[in-house]
Design a protein around this ligand. Structure first.
Ligand SMILES: CC(C)(COP(=O)(O)OP(=O)(O)OC[C@H]1O[C@@H](n2cnc3c(N)ncnc32)[C@H](O)[C@@H]1OP(=O)(O)O)[C@@H](O)C(=O)NCCC(=O)NCCS
Length: 196
């Protein structure tokens, strides 16, 4: 098994892992300097309903700041790469993370993807996931990527299915969401399945 080629958290936050999508968007590292833009784009409580609840819902500047601080901390500890998705004018339009990074098994989980309501259904989520996959399999040397998605989240499931992830199983009533229990689909892709 090869050794993963990853930046340190500090290198990541300094912009050493900026990714470009195939439709003109850029994945840039989380930065507290962008808290207002981040909140302006993603601070809509409806965006998160029903999948997130409590302080995971970014519905105030304080929660946006708290979210950024926590993810930046996790990044510094080597547990997460958190990106904001920016358009060609550097406007923040979404977010995506790679978390649960294991250098022991060369796997990780794609998580916390969201696109601002004004920018949805333009292919941004799929393109951002694809950019992360491409880097993870072709450059970093990951063997497997995974995503956990609520069975009720048709948009998110469509993204992973369209990109070739296999639905490997469903965990029944695994997540307590704002509207009750959700079954969670486990999506997986190995490096051999990735076609570029
Ligand atoms: C899930 C989410 C990130 C998708 O973002 P997006 O940029 O609109 O997705 P894309 O434009 O790349 O669309 C991907 C596919 O999903 C489909 N889709 C988008 N919104 C949909 C919806 N509400 N219902 C069903 N399908 C939908 C698109 O039509 C597209 O499929 P197609 O190419 O066959 O037409 C976005 O809906 C979102 O931010 N949701 C709230 C947060 C969330 O649920 N995050 C996921 C947690 S796992």
């Amino acid at each position: 098994m090869n050794k993963l080629k990853l930046p340190t958290g500090k290198q990541f936050l300094n912009g050493e892992l900026v990714l470009h999508t195939n439709n003109g968007y850029t994945l840039i590292p989380y930065s507290l300097n962008r808290v207002n833009d981040f909140y302006g784009s993603l601070g809509h409580s409806k965006l998160w309903y029903p999948y997130y609840r409590g302080n995971a819902v970014i519905d105030s500047i304080a929660r946006a700041k708290d979210h950024l601080e926590r993810r930046i901390d996790e990044c510094q500890n080597g547990n997460r790469f958190p990106w904001m998705i920016a358009d060609e004018n550097d406007q923040i339009v979404g977010m995506i993370s790679l978390m649960d990074i294991s250098s022991f098994h060369n796997h990780a989980t794609i998580s916390r993807i969201a696109v601002s309501p004004d920018f949805q259904k333009k292919g941004i989520a799929c393109a951002a996931i694809h950019a992360v996959m491409k880097w993870a399999f072709e450059e970093a040397g990951f063997h497997r990527l995974e995503a956990d998605v609520s069975m009720k989240n048709h948009a998110s499931r469509r993204c992973f299915e369209k990109l070739g992830f296999a639905r490997e199983g469903v965990r029944k009533e695994d997540m307590w969401c704002a509207d009750g229990w959700h079954d969670m689909a486990i999506y997986g892709m190995t490096e051999g399945m990735f076609t570029g």
